[in-house]
Design a protein around this ligand. Structure first.
Ligand SMILES: Cc1ncc(COP(=O)(O)O)c(C=O)c1O
Length: 378
């Protein structure tokens, strides 16, 4: 057998034959692929800070890295366990639920997809606030469902009465993103309770708590508490944010067994790697240590918020690991100023800019960029 020489130049690349002739699913042309946070540009002195994806800025815990190193040789050539008994048991113990209540996925975004696929079909509706997590409308459309976007209120908070009013015969799932991405706002316990009283029990309410560990508002609802009280509540959690495991892809739902069983049917087989499972167990064992990091990020959030407020950029009070600047038409200019300082933030043109809380040095850089912006205006 002769081996192929590597391509020498662009001319060796198979030419693009133009539009494909395949019969793609109707509607696919109206779906935009998920847009990930921008990588960080190179700023002054070669510094570069990626604050565009709400990731955790800390390196992995040494105990987690050690654990991964131990299982690495045995984990690469073998499929992971689909049942994932260790992490499932650890989560069940942590939240005082049964293992049957836990469903894992390759990140909570995959679990969100499972929920939509299990509960909606073509023409069914998925209700959520807007703006919220960008994956919701994409996942709904991919499932053939109809995304129903209910505008946030004037304070960038969920308008739960309007969301309740948007429920129809076709509604299968409602997402309540708490704290909300990208605004960092939260619903209150009383608001969620009033909402649950009006939502029909056949409709599943998913409380997406990707950022719950950063929430310090005493009026915020506990998703687990609502799960215990309402048969149609599912809680969505992730190891990507507070636990710093975004690169390993593991998230989970806590749901009634009858719902959990259906989710497992639509789950991606072997989606959660052995490494992700091990890191999750190790992180649950090291929660106290992780808690110190989370507290530090919450302190940094307050400092970032105060600085952005003092700079006149009108940040919205946040309970997550990011801060939202509802800058409207100025959003592009703010994001560009950040980029000149080596910072990538998430810009939603015409709406606002979301900047992730980083380490103190990263937040200093954001505040420097903000000060420069203000100086340019006055
Ligand atoms: C609100 C919300 N839910 C879910 C996710 C998905 O996170 P992951 O798939 O990494 O668990 C994100 C990620 O940004 C998010 O912002």
């Amino acid at each position: 057998m002769t081996s192929q020489p590597p391509p020498q130049s662009d001319s060796a690349i198979v030419p693009d034959p133009g539009p494909a002739d395949h019969r793609f699913r109707p509607g696919l042309d109206r779906i935009a692929a998920y847009r990930a946070g921008k990588p960080a540009p190179l700023g002054p002195g070669g510094r570069s800070f990626k604050l565009s994806s709400n990731e955790n800025p800390y390196p992995p815990l040494p105990s987690v890295t050690r654990r991964l190193a131990e299982v690495l040789p045995a984990s690469l050539a073998r499929y992971p366990s689909i049942a994932a008994p260790e992490v499932t048991a650890a989560l069940a113990e942590r939240f005082e639920v049964a293992p049957e209540n836990i469903v894992l996925g390759a990140g909570s975004v995959e679990v969100a997809a499972q929920l939509i696929h299990a509960l909606t079909g073509p023409g069914d509706e998925v209700v959520f606030a807007w703006r919220s997590f960008e994956a919701y409308p994409i996942l709904a459309r991919v499932a053939g469902a109809v995304p129903v976007e209910v505008p946030l209120d004037a304070d960038a908070r969920h308008d739960l009465p309007a969301m309740a009013a948007a429920v129809t015969e076709r509604t299968g799932v409602i997402f309540v993103c708490n704290p909300n991405n990208p605004t960092g706002t939260v619903v209150t316990r009383a608001e969620l309770e009033a909402f649950m009283a009006t939502v029909p029990e056949r409709v599943l309410v998913v409380i997406d708590e990707a950022y719950v560990h950063f929430d310090r508002d005493p009026d915020s609802p506990s998703g687990i508490e609502f799960f215990r009280r309402y048969p149609n509540v599912v809680v969505l959690h992730t190891f990507s944010k507070a636990y710093g495991l975004a690169g390993l892809r593991i998230g989970y739902a806590i749901a009634r067994p009858a719902v959990a069983d259906e989710l497992r049917k639509v789950a991606l087989p072997f989606g959660v790697s052995r490494l992700a499972q091990e890191a999750a167990v190790g992180s649950l064992e090291a929660e106290a240590e992780l808690g110190e990091r989370i507290d530090e990020l919450v302190r940094e959030r307050a400092r970032l918020f105060d600085g952005l407020l003092a700079a006149g950029l009108g940040p919205v009070p946040s309970q997550a690991n990011f801060v939202w600047l509802p800058a409207g038409e100025e959003s592009g200019r703010i994001a560009e100023a950040f980029e000149r300082h080596g910072i990538s933030a998430r810009c939603f043109p015409g709406e606002g800019v979301r900047v992730t809380v980083g380490l103190s040095e990263e937040n200093d850089a954001v505040l420097e960029a903000a000060a420069e912006l203000v100086a340019a205006i006055v």
